[in-house]
Design a protein around this ligand. Sequence first.
Ligand code: HEM
Ligand SMILES: *[C@@H]1O[C@H](CO)[C@@H](O)[C@H](O)[C@H]1NC(C)=O
Ligand SMILES: *[C@@H]1O[C@H](CO)[C@@H](O)[C@H](O)[C@H]1NC(C)=O
Length: 336
Amino acid sequence: MTFIRMAQSLSFVMVVALLAFSPLCSSQASGSAYLYPQFYDRSCPKAVEIVKSVVAKAVAREARMAASLLRLHFHDCFVKGCDASILLDTTGTMISEKNSIPNRNSARGFEVIDEIKSALEKECPHTVSCADIMALAARDSTVLTGGPSWDVPLGRRDSRDASLSGSNSNIPAPNNTFQTILTKFKLKKLNIVDMVALSGSHTIGNARCTTFRQRLYNQSGNGQPDFSLVHSYAAQLRTRCPKSGGDQNLFFLDFVSPTKFDNSYFKNLLANKGLLSSDQILTTQSAVSLELVKKYAANCELFFEQFAKSMLKMGNISPLTGSRGVIRKNCRKINT
Ligand code: HEM
Ligand SMILES: *[C@@H]1O[C@H](CO)[C@@H](O)[C@H](O)[C@H]1NC(C)=O
Ligand SMILES: *[C@@H]1O[C@H](CO)[C@@H](O)[C@H](O)[C@H]1NC(C)=O
């Protein structure tokens, strides 16, 4: 009896999965077949809506939160896959990824993820993974700030551990070379098109003085600023990002429209007003990426379309599915 029930529900799930993917399969990576947007339709029908409403409240409180949530998903997916490893706090046997160089004093939005998780635990206990919450929150944040939408494939499960070393080595640094950054994307099966489109996330959010100071004073060790940064813009940045001190002072990644998801990031790059070295090198180090920047600066639609596609690819990095991984009750801790 129970076996038949299980078999029935299993085949139902498979049919749903097939139906969900037949129109999309041709354009998607094969790994995506494990995840599908309707994953919680029966087990937690309100899940997607609940995530959206909590994210909307958080972004209404503070516009920057959209950027912070989008970045969390990226920093999660590049380390052991999209498995919510970034959310785990330090324990006696594990150091949190929150302490890594890219995340320390930088990654934020953890309280919003907690708020979403506790709302979901009330609605349908022990059902929705923290990794899926981050994937949905990244999409919702993009939409709320004016960017494109996409259906988020779901069914990721959560890791039992974190990787501080993975967080330090896999996530690109703002002063990495073009080749190093591209290599870090390729290691995640993302290509140069994904790299340029996803860098377009820097159309929203902030960066600290410490992440681009080198460009203002001593870019290549000769005591000169980065020549690819427009003089007047550099001078303006120096007023609040001194040679020493002010490390945590915040600057808009896109000074034109810092809370609007649009293509002005790419227009800024063409005007040599990219904030981070990793932004500006998209126009100075590769003809291929320069062409992509020009294309997205000229056509917002094309940027939005590619951004959605690349977010789907990034969200599909090594998910834990089936019986691998767990559903954490508290996103910060391993279930006891
Ligand atoms: C291409 C390589 C990338 C590099 C080197 C890079 C580097 C950085 C740095 C240094 C910051 C500022 C952090 C701080 O000062 O605290 C930042 C912010 C941000 N990054 Fe990236 N990033 C990259 C790609 C991405 C990708 C792929 C995404 C998302 C898909 C993303 C989303 C964001 C967002 C939204 C912010 C603003 C966060 C906030 O205001 O809280 N970045 N990034
Ligand atoms: C990049 O920045 C880090 C942190 O500020 C610094 O330690 C490192 O020397 C820089 N690397 C290069 C190649 O400039
Ligand atoms: C610039 O950096 C180089 C190498 O990192 C260092 O030797 C030099 O003293 C710096 N110059 C200035 C003016 O800070």
